[in-house]
Design a protein. Structure first.
Length: 114
């Protein structure tokens, strides 16, 4: 499975960005993870092919994932961005229930200025 992430950029606090992740095939879930400098990669959100979603607490109400199954594409709409959201964002694919996120996109930088 190949994943292509895009949509990062520089935005002021309170602003919005939309990330996209295109997969080469349908997957069980696609997750967004992020890694800030000097920190470990952390989970942000995931979406099942059914459209169900799950978010880390710190982004609930601000971030929204959606999926276009016809295009094998997921989106992460990020609103009310905060400086602490600054990180490289990666999308990962889980192919089946119980499997790990074994496939990753290249990452896209999100920088939120205060």
């Amino acid at each position: 499975v190949q994943l292509q992430a895009s949509g990062g950029g520089l935005v002021q606090a309170g602003g919005s960005l939309r990330l996209s992740c295109v997969a080469s095939r349908r997957t069980y879930t696609v997750g967004w993870f992020r890694q800030a400098p000097g920190k470990e990669r952390e989970f942000v959100a995931r979406i099942w092919s059914s459209g169900s979603t799950y978010y880390r607490d710190s982004v609930k109400g601000r971030f929204t994932m959606s999926i276009d199954n016809a295009k094998n594409t997921v989106y992460l709409q990020m609103n009310t961005l905060k400086p602490e959201d600054t990180a490289v964002y990666y999308c990962g694919a889980q192919l089946s229930l119980g499997s790990s996120y074994d496939y990753w996109g290249q990452g896209t930088q999100v920088t939120v200025s205060s």
